[in-house]
Write a protein that binds this ligand. Structure first.
Ligand SMILES: Nc1ncnc2c1ncn2[C@@H]1O[C@H](COP(=O)(O)OP(=O)(O)OP(=O)(O)O)[C@@H](O)[C@H]1O
Ligand SMILES: [Mg+2]
Length: 508
């Protein structure tokens, strides 16, 4: 065991990594990966996009082998050649989007490859389900062990992965941005589960870009910058400002307030748009230079409305007018040709071609547009790609590298760059800063404000109240598929938005 005088009276160290390095060709993903997780603590790892957090996690998970460094479990040096070895040593990782086997039941997913055997050596479904139910009981959640995994929410899938980790007797549980795609209620449930496990002695590592989550949940915080360890703090003894400064190496304002822009003629008008069971009677207008926020809880139908407006999904009735003219429904091509852009919420799945280079991804939409107009200018295209990557501070080894090698947050920036490069007249942005670090967040806000200043009409879907209140000229709140309130910038407050998002209107 390592002996450290500071640790006297503290719980033992479950896992430690010191000075780990990892390079990919010329790219230094990790220069000094250092972290220590004690038993029974929740430990946050914070850092900007590309700081090396996920690379560090992948080393702990056995997915990457470090070039150098000292890695110990319960004080004993270890080196894992693969994920199975890491799991066997008690390290389990929960990713943002777990990948369960869709055709198997929940219980089968938990025990896959090591199903409990019944008499005659057959796999006992009953026993498996009983054990799965016991795990869920221990976690205090209600999930049916007998249902198939297909169609489960991301939140439920994460809980199932956690149940699996416990069944594998995990000593250390690592969660890499688990909350990015969860609703408020789901985050609360995940936190309750995490606290329960901590109290039973599990060491938990938690990665998130949201300060309120880290400060609510974590006992200690380790900060890294540019692939290097910076500091570790007891959460109680440190301020958000201090952590931000250590992450970015300078002082920054978290929110860039929108600058006043001249508001012009309506660019987009949506009238009576309905889709059975999804949204009803949606009326909205976005003017040139205006930022309209679509607020509401996850599941209120905001993304669904945006997808229908852009032509990805159909609608049953109503109409979409663009620049005063009816826009053909069900055709994203028509929407793009008219001058619409759409930055989707799930950027990894819907926004990028993973195997293509950063530059090609940025110019993909441009290319279609140029090609349609009959003029492809390769050099102008590349310049546009480089310009937008630079403005968004996309951190990539080279614009020629495959997008798949970028950190999660940097992939998101590439999608934003791709749409901004098309210079649209109207842009839908679904959760503009989800997964984006605190430094770039204000940069993204400044860009959106700039776009509005140049006369672009913007519809912004956001679950973050400060973002809604800071950026929007007007706020539309959705609840259960309908617009429940329209608030001016002056009327919009945390209370008025939350009220409209959660409380049934008298007419409903
Ligand atoms: N397989 C790879 N090949 C090349 N470069 C890589 C690879 N994996 C990671 N990198 C680079 O290493 C750096 C660190 O990436 P990492 O994913 O660890 O960042 P992160 O801190 O998790 O960021 P985020 O908050 O955006 O998720 C990035 O610059 C990334 O492009
Ligand atoms: Mg990451």
């Amino acid at each position: 065991m390592q002996t450290d005088p500071d640790l006297q009276g503290q719980p033992p160290v479950a896992l430690s990594l010191a000075h780990a390095a990892k390079t990919f060709g010329p790219v230094v993903a990790l220069a000094d990966g250092t972290i220590e997780i004690r038993e029974g603590e929740i430990h946050a790892l914070m850092g900007e996009n590309g700081a090396g957090k996920s690379t560090l996690v992948k080393i702990l998970a056995g997915l990457h082998q470090p070039d150098s460094g000292d890695f110990r479990i319960a004080g004993e040096p270890v080196s894992f050649r693969n994920v199975a070895e890491s799991k066997a040593a008690g390290v389990s990782v929960i990713y943002q989007e777990p990948t369960l086997f869709p055709d198997l039941t929940v219980a089968e997913n938990i025990f896959v490859g090591r199903q409990p055997k019944g008499r005659l050596g057959l796999i006992s479904q009953g026993e498996m389900r009983r054990q799965a139910a016991a795990l869920f009981g221990q976690l205090g959640v209600a999930i049916d062990p007998g249902r198939v995994a297909e169609g489960l929410s991301i939140a439920d899938q994460q809980i199932i992965e956690i149940a699996k980790a416990i069944s594998l007797d995990a000593k250390v549980l690592i969660m890499d941005e688990p909350t990015a795609a969860l609703s408020g209620v789901e985050v609360d449930r995940l936190f309750a589960v995490a606290r329960g496990l901590r109290d039973q002695g599990t060491g938990i590592m938690f990665i998130s870009h949201r300060f309120e989550e880290v400060f609510a949940l974590c006992d200690r915080i380790t900060v890294m910058r540019d692939g290097k360890y910076v500091s570790t703090h007891v959460t109680e003894d440190v301020s958000v400002d201090r952590i931000v400064r250590e992450m970015v190496g300078r002082d920054i304002a978290e929110l860039f307030p929108k600058e006043a822009a001249e508001i012009g003629a309506p660019v987009l008008s949506v009238r009576g748009l309905s889709r059975a069971g999804v949204f009803r009677d949606i009326n909205l207008e976005v003017r040139a230079g205006e930022i309209v926020a679509l607020a509401g809880l996850v599941g209120a139908g905001r993304t669904e409305v945006a997808r229908a407006v852009f032509g990805i999904d159909p609608y049953d009735s109503g109409e979409v007018l663009f620049g005063g003219k009816p826009l053909k429904g069900g055709s994203p091509q028509a929407a793009i040709a008219a001058g619409m852009g759409f930055v989707p919420e799930d950027r990894r799945k819907q926004g990028l071609v993973m195997d293509l280079s950063v530059a090609r991804n940025v110019t993909l939409t441009l290319r279609k547009r140029f090609a349609r107009a009959g003029l492809i200018n390769g050099r102008a295209e590349l310049r546009a790609a480089e310009e937008w990557s630079r403005r968004l501070q996309v951190k990539a080894g080279s614009p020629e590298h495959a997008v798949s090698t970028l950190s999660g947050g940097n992939q998101q920036k590439v999608v934003l760059a791709k749409w901004l490069a098309t210079e649209p007249r109207f842009l839908i942005i679904d959760e503009p800063t989800r997964g984006i670090d605190v430094g770039t967040k204000s940069e993204v806000h400044r860009l959106i404000s700039d776009l509005a200043g140049r006369g672009i009409a913007i519809l912004m879907i956001s679950s973050e109240l400060p973002e809604v209140l800071g950026m929007a000229d007007r706020v539309l709140v959705m609840r259960e598929g309908r617009i429940s309130a329209e608030l001016s910038r002056e009327e919009a407050s945390p209370e008025s938005v939350m009220h409209a998002a959660t409380v049934a209107a008298a007419t409903n």
